[in-house]
Design a protein around this ligand. Structure first.
Ligand code: FES
Length: 190
């Protein structure tokens, strides 16, 4: 077992656990968007940032991918952490203004859509990739994928066509935190 502290409280986790695993185990809240226990961590949203003091320096890390280490001091709610989370939330919201899930989440960070929000977006997806990973890792097929790059990046069926691989299991709908997957699913089945 690895022993360290979160917000001054001594905690323990197994060697292959992440900071987020231990925080969840201890009931310490850390916001997440792209994390789901059924799939491998992916580090897409960065909302789960925390501050880690490893003796020589203190830095901001993403807790869903950062492995626990003996003696580190983790803080989940410092002004620096809150500030970084607000910035990330602002970027996510401006990237995906159609996501009512993100809009609700943003309220808890006191973040509102800015004048830089992407225009003309009606798709509620915020590219957390949970649907793609659930399809690949849980179901074992590739009916979904990331398509394009940068501002044009989106979730789609391969070659943007109705997917023959899809077995209509609904796993993607189940893990999707927004309504984006419902919209895409309807497109795929059309
Ligand atoms: S939950 Fe950690 S990066 Fe998304």
């Amino acid at each position: 077992m690895v022993t360290f502290t979160i917000n001054g409280k001594e905690v323990q986790g197994q060697k292959d656990w992440t900071i987020l695993d231990v925080a969840r185990w201890e009931g310490i809240p850390i916001p997440t968007l792209c994390h789901h226990p059924a799939v491998e961590p992916y580090g897409a949203c960065r909302l789960c940032v925390v501050e880690v003091d490893e003796g020589r320096r203190t830095r901001i890390v993403i807790s869903c991918m950062y492995p626990v280490k003996e003696g580190i001091k983790v803080r989940t709610d410092t002004p620096r952490v809150q500030n970084v989370r607000r910035w990330i939330m602002q970027l996510l919201l401006d990237e995906s203004p159609a996501s009512s899930y993100l809009k609700e989440l943003a309220k808890s960070f006191d973040v509102k859509p800015s004048r830089f929000q992407k225009a003309g977006v009606s798709f509620a997806c915020h590219l957390c990739g949970l649907c793609v990973r659930a399809c690949q890792e849980v179901v074992g097929i590739q009916a979904l994928t990331f398509s394009n790059r940068g501002l044009k990046k989106e979730i789609a069926s391969p070659l943007q066509m109705g997917s023959k691989d899809c077995i209509s299991c609904g796993n993607c709908l189940y893990v999707c935190p927004s309504l984006g997957m419902e919209q895409l699913y309807a497109r795929m089945r059309a």
